[in-house]
Write a protein that binds this ligand. Structure first.
Ligand SMILES: NC(=O)c1ccc[n+]([C@@H]2O[C@H](COP(=O)([O-])OP(=O)(O)OC[C@H]3O[C@@H](n4cnc5c(N)ncnc54)[C@H](OP(=O)(O)O)[C@@H]3O)[C@@H](O)[C@H]2O)c1
Length: 314
C-alpha cells in the first residue's frame, strides 16, 4: 500500500511517498481501503514537529499523518463484531495514518457511513465536526437564545459550528474575511463580521454570551474583551489557551481550552444530520496523495474554506 510518511520533522518536503505491506488486523482492528483522508491543521503542525502529536511520535518515526478517514472494510480482526467486509466506514483515528491507500484502524474509532452520504463528506466530518460539537455544547454549554461569536467561521471547524449553533437556537455571529460572508450567510449565520475591521469587531462589545475562538493568539485575547459580563470563551488552538485563560480570569470571565476527543454518539448524530441534509460539509479541494505537500501548504496558509481532502487512489 502507498502512504505519505515523515521520517523527520520539518517543512512540506519531509512528506515522502513510501510503500509498505500491512499485517493482518490485530484483535479489535479493521483493515480499510482508504477512499479519502481529511487534511487538518494538526497534520501540518505535527509534520513541523509542533504540538502533542509530534511529542507523541518523535521517538517512533516514520509516522504517517491523517486523523480522519472514510474507507471500505477489507478485513476485520478477532473480536470485531460491529463491522463486516465490504462495509463503508468513517471515523477519527487517533493514531493517525490515514494518508495512505490502506489503514489498520481501531474498530471502536469507526462508524458505518449512511448510504446517502458521499465518502468525501464522511472523511471530512469527524475531527472538525466533533471539535465543533464538543466546543459549542460540551465545553461552551451553548443555550438557545444566546449569542455566539464564531471566529475562523469559514474554516473546517467553523463552517460546521455555524450550522450547529444556528440549529441549537443561538444567534450566530460569524467572523471571516469579506469574501466568505455570502458563504456563511447561506450556512445560517445571522450576522457576519470582517475581523480585519476593528470598528466592526468593537461594535460587538457586550453582546456575546459565548465566543468559540478558533484562532487563539491576539485574536483570542481581543475576543475576550467583547464578552458580556459573565460570558465564556472556548479557545481551541492549544498553544495560546493558557495565556487566554489567564487573561480571562483577570477580566472576571471564563475561558476554557479543549482537546477534541473520540465520541461515537456525537459522530453518529453528526452523520445523521448530514444524511438528513441538515449539515453541509464543504470540501474546497481534493488532492492526490502525491500532492500532499501542496495540501499542507494550503492548510498552512490559514485561508482555506471548509475542508481539504487527500485521495490516495488517485
Ligand atoms: N484543540 C483541538 O482539539 C483542535 C481541534 C481542531 C482544530 N484545532 C485548531 O483550531 C484551529 C481551527 O481549525 P480549522 O480546521 O477550522 O482551521 P482552518 O480550516 O485552517 O481555518 C481556516 C480559516 O481560518 C480563518 N483565519 C485565519 N486567520 C485568521 C485570523 N487571524 N482571524 C480570524 N480568522 C482567521 C480563515 O478565515 P478567512 O479566510 O475568512 O480570512 C479561514 O477560513 C486550528 O488552529 C486548529 O489546529 C484544535
Amino acid at each position: 500500500m502507498a502512504q505519505l510518511q515523515i521520517t523527520r520533522f520539518g517543512g512540506v518536503e519531509v512528506l515522502q511517498l513510501a510503500n509498505q505491506e500491512l499485517t493482518a488486523p490485530a484483535p479489535g482492528e479493521v483493515l480499510l481501503d482508504v477512499f479519502y483522508a481529511a487534511v487538518n491543521p494538526v497534520d501540518a503542525k505535527t509534520r513541523a514537529g509542533l504540538g502533542w502529536a509530534a511529542a507523541q511520535h518523535k521517538d517512533d518515526l516514520p509516522w504517517t499523518p491523517g486523523f480522519d478517514v472514510c474507507g471500505l472494510v477489507q478485513a476485520v480482526g478477532s473480536g470485531v463484531t460491529d463491522f463486516a467486509v465490504g462495509q463503508r466506514v468513517c471515523g477519527m483515528v487517533f493514531r493517525g495514518g490515514a494518508y495512505a491507500s490502506q489503514l489498520l484502524a481501531v474498530a471502536d474509532d469507526l462508524l458505518p457511513v449512511p448510504e446517502v452520504i458521499y465518502s468525501e463528506q464522511a472523511a471530512a466530518l469527524p475531527l472538525a465536526g466533533l471539535t465543533a460539537w464538543q466546543g459549542l455544547f460540551e465545553h461552551g454549554q451553548l443555550q438557545a437564545g444566546e449569542t455566539v461569536l464564531i471566529s475562523a467561521a469559514a474554516g473546517g471547524v467553523g463552517h460546521i459550528a455555524v450550522q450547529l449553533a444556528k440549529q441549537a437556537g443561538a444567534k450566530v455571529i460569524a467572523s471571516a474575511s469579506a469574501s466568505n460572508h455570502a458563504f456563511l450567510r447561506e450556512l445560517g449565520a445571522d450576522q457576519v463580521v470582517d475581523y480585519h475591521d476593528s470598528d466592526a469587531m468593537a461594535a460587538l462589545n457586550g453582546q456575546l454570551d459565548l465566543v468559540f475562538d478558533l484562532v487563539g493568539f491576539d485574536s483570542g485575547l481581543s475576543a475576550l474583551t467583547l464578552l458580556k459580563a459573565g460570558g465564556r470563551q472556548v479557545t481551541v488552538p492549544t498553544v495560546t489557551a493558557p495565556q487566554i485563560k489567564e487573561a480571562a480570569a483577570t477580566q472576571g470571565k471564563t475561558a476554557l481550552g479543549m482537546m477534541v476527543h473520540p465520541d461515537r454518539a456525537a459522530l453518529a448524530t453528526l452523520l445523521e444530520k448530514c444524511a438528513a441534509g441538515d449539515l453541509q460539509v464543504h470540501i474546497s479541494n481534493v488532492y492526490p496523495l502525491s500532492e500532499g505537500a501542496n495540501a499542507h501548504l494550503a492548510i498552512e496558509s490559514g485561508r482555506t474554506r471548509g475542508k481539504l481532502l487527500l485521495n490516495p487512489r488517485n
